[in-house]
Design a protein around this ligand. Structure first.
Ligand SMILES: Cc1cc2nc3c(=O)[nH]c(=O)nc-3n(C[C@H](O)[C@H](O)[C@H](O)COP(=O)(O)O)c2cc1C
Length: 456
């Protein structure tokens, strides 16, 4: 197998020297420093690298904007908070190969002349933190940090921590509360004042990790992998109803059908695929559209989304209103309630779906109410979280309208487990969800162990 541009080695790299063997012992960080910022940006641009954090934003544009900002105090921040349901790829990457992310950050720091670097990860990801600390010491010992401070931030176990403006708040020592929409990280970065906005470059852990091999091998060889829309490899998480759940690094543009059959082992015995959804931030893709290439553009066109390439797979045993109930509840519980569209809109949608799934009858059609609630007011929000509800819920209703007319079937169906991934046993191909998630309350405290919190 050609391993060029692949991030996941067969066995975890045991040392920085072992990682560097693929580059003949010479770090791509040194090559990037010799080449200079403009050449590096050109390579990243020509490679067609798109951010792996969910939105697929072109990485080179972000780097250029930060580099050209008139404020001389700039920071490089890595989003390793990984909170999207159905996704485990950043933790898997850090376990196997923490060096690529660190090197990618150092290359970015050279490009934007950063005064400091931060890796923002959840405090509960202890194994990954230990791995990063050791890797960072090895890279420091090689003299590659150049005296610039490099800090690992142990943040909260909350979904909003992954939102880039909330992430910067956490780096500053605050709660994960997204800033106003008019303060993107490249306008108000870290420890900003009116005189000094200190822009921050925020990229996902995998986005940074893709850069060293682009610098070493050149843009063209990276661009040749994947699809015209999305270059390179993706680290897919396949969870839910597949025979072989797991983490798979595969070329972007493979069809969903091939991905789920060849890598995911097909449906579970005796079952048929029904649909997949990438986290909670996009629409659902029904099985009839499984010939869609798994890349940003194609999945968006099919009404779904690539997101962070974590696919929650559903088979014919799954009741879709129950999926809607669980995912909407997740968004409401995780929201910070600073904007009306989360505080009231997602709450109302969650209430209405609970009413439907519990067989209660209210004053009006609960599905109509839920739809109206998630579609309202998303233009004025601080972050994208309520927009996610406005994509996910209408798409589930549109694709499976009959199921939303059958209240008795929803009542009879079991609760859909929140696919917030806690762990992955690679040898056994077992992905474990956070069993305590159902205890989390909208004020982010936890109810008694075993208690399921539902909004009524
Ligand atoms: C509610 C919410 C949660 C998010 N969670 C994550 C996350 O866990 N990891 C991540 O990289 N990006 C997450 N994002 C996206 C980030 O805001 C940001 O777009 C990303 O870090 C940019 O990196 P990229 O350009 O390299 O993709 C989240 C966004 C929202 C609105």
């Amino acid at each position: 197998m050609d391993t060029t541009h692949r991030l996941i080695p067969e066995h975890p790299y045991e040392s920085y020297d072992e990682y560097l063997k693929q580059y003949g012992g010479k770090s791509p960080v040194l090559k990037a420093r010799q080449a200079g910022p403009d050449t590096v940006i050109k390579e990243v641009k020509d490679a067609g690298l798109r951010g792996r954090g969910g939105a697929g934003f072109p990485t080179a544009i972000k780097w250029t904007t930060t580099k050209n900002h008139p404020c001389p105090t700039r920071y490089v921040v890595c989003n390793a908070s990984e909170g999207e349901p159905g996704t485990y790829k950043d933790r898997f990457l850090i376990q196997k190969n923490p060096y690529a992310t660190i090197e990618g950050m150092l290359i970015a720091a050279h490009v934007v002349s950063a005064k400091g670097l931060y890796i923002a990860i959840k405090g509960v990801y202890k194994r990954e933190i230990a791995r990063l600390e050791k890797a960072l010491e090895e890279v420091r010992a090689k003299g590659l940090l150049d005296g610039v401070p490099f800090t690992i931030i142990h943040g909260p176990d909350s979904y909003l921590y992954g939102e880039e403006k909330a992430l910067l708040e956490v780096v500053e020592g605050n709660e994960p509360m997204p800033r106003e929409a008019h303060y993107p990280p490249f306008e108000k970065g870290l420890f900003a004042s009116i005189e000094s906005p200190n822009p921050a470059l925020v990229n996902n852990a995998e986005s940074y990790a893709r850069v060293p091999s682009i610098i070493h091998h050149g843009a063209a060889s990276f661009r040749a992998i994947g699809s015209p829309d999305t270059a390179g490899y993706l680290i897919f998480t396949l969870c839910g109803d597949v025979a072989k759940p797991g983490l798979y690094e595969v070329e972007a543009g493979i069809t969903l059908r091939d991905l789920l059959n060849k890598y995911g082992g097909g449906p579970k015995p005796g079952r048929k695929f029904k649909a997949e959804i990438s986290g909670v931030a996009s629409g659902v893709v029904p099985e009839s559209k499984f010939d869609t290439p798994a890349d940003f553009g194609s999945l968006a066109k099919a009404g779904g989304g690539l997101g962070s390439a974590g696919f929650i797979v559903m088979d014919d045993s799954v009741n879709i209103p129950r999926v809607a109930q669980t995912l909407t509840h997740f968004l409401y519980v995780e929201s910070c309630h600073q904007c009306g569209s989360c505080k009231s809109g997602l709450r109302e949608a969650s209430l209405a779906l609970n009413e439907f799934c519990e067989g209660r009858t209210g004053k009006s059609d609960p599905i109509e109410r839920a739809l109206a609630a998630v579609m309202g007011g998303s233009q004025t929000t601080r972050c994208y979280l309520p927009v996610e509800g406005g994509l996910m819920l209408p798409s589930l209703i549109k694709n499976f309208p009959e199921e939303f007319k059958d209240q008795a079937a929803a009542v009879a169906a079991p609760m859909f487990a929140t696919p917030k991934i806690k762990d992955y046993d690679e040898a056994k191909h077992v992905i474990t969800y956070d069993a305590h998630y159902s205890e989390k309350q909208p004020d982010w405290t936890y109810a008694a162990p075993g208690e399921t919190v539902l909004i009524r």
